[in-house]
Design a protein. Sequence first.
Length: 292
Amino acid sequence: MVFKRLLGSGSGGKTADGIPLEADTLLPDEPVRPGEILRGEVVLRALDRDVRIRTVNARLVANAAPAAVTKSTTTDVNTDTGVTLAHFQVTSLFTIPKGEERRVPLRYRLKWETPVSEVRGLPLAGMRIGLYTEVDADGIADRTDVDAVRIETTPLHETLLDAFAAAGYTCHSAWVDPEYIPRTEREILYSRQGFHLAATDADHPRNMELYLHSNAVGAEIYLRRAALAEKDWWGKPPALRYVAAHHEIGHVDFEAKARQWIDNVAALPDTAVDDRERVDYHLDSPRWWRDT
């Protein structure tokens, strides 16, 4: 257990000099999957006086930049960067007497769309997910250092990645863009995880991008030729959409499907195709709307 001494400025401009609070967030060193509950504990200690806590919040962040290249004081990542996956309240409105400690349970059900950082217990290249805790108290507004969160693939993720590997495409790395997949329902507004698939067969496109937009039923699958440097969805080669359900695992030949999907994408052009519809309409002045 490593406590961080919180000495930030509080509301109203008051400084926290002389009234520090120690805080630490404890997370089990075991993976959790999208759709499951992330569990932990926030430990708070009042050192020099009674401290009235207003709120304790937690923020889940993907792919924050290394602290070595930022002005962050954290040792692992700079939590001012990266993609926010969730921001939720842990507790609020209580007082910690001087010299005492309070332990607050942390519980949060991960959205099905939450990006993953592990595949079968192995780190996924390019992915870092962490959580830090924000404390707002009398005279104190600060946050803890980031704590690593292990989020592993669902069985459907693994089945699909295995199918592509059997079809000649292995998962090389993954990333998260602060964007969304167009025309999808989503609970995390701006988060889109892609998987870089590299071919072992020269007869197919050398690199492809795979997106798995998960939900409680299964996943929407988007596959396209890779354009890893391009971040705009519509600036990339066209993507084809497929679906798979959790209950189909063990009952559907996903390897055969993956081979067919790859052939379908290989037949598409390798240049961007923007198929959004533009609709002109007039109210008091000319306007236009484009679907997303």
